[in-house]
Design a protein around this ligand. Sequence first.
Ligand code: HEM
Length: 55
Amino acid sequence: MGPSLADTTWIYGGDEATITETLQNGRPGGMPAFGGQATPDEIADVVAYVMSLSK
Ligand code: HEM
């Protein structure tokens, strides 16, 4: 149900800081927050992975 993460079109932004914010705190359109379930290191790993998808 989420948007494609493998293109270069972003709703909120594809930079490191914005993706980190999205994963930690979620987004109002239905994206859940993962900040309570993942460590900052784990979030950083997923952010790097998401950024690699749009290349
Ligand atoms: C590891 C799991 C996930 C990752 C890495 C991830 C990543 C992201 C990112 C980066 C965005 C923002 C995209 C943009 O700015 O264009 C996003 C948005 C969104 N995600 Fe996720 N997501 C995950 C899991 C989920 C799950 C489990 C759901 C729903 C059950 C979900 C639903 C959504 C929705 C609906 C949006 C759009 C939110 C809005 O328009 O406000 N995501 N996701």
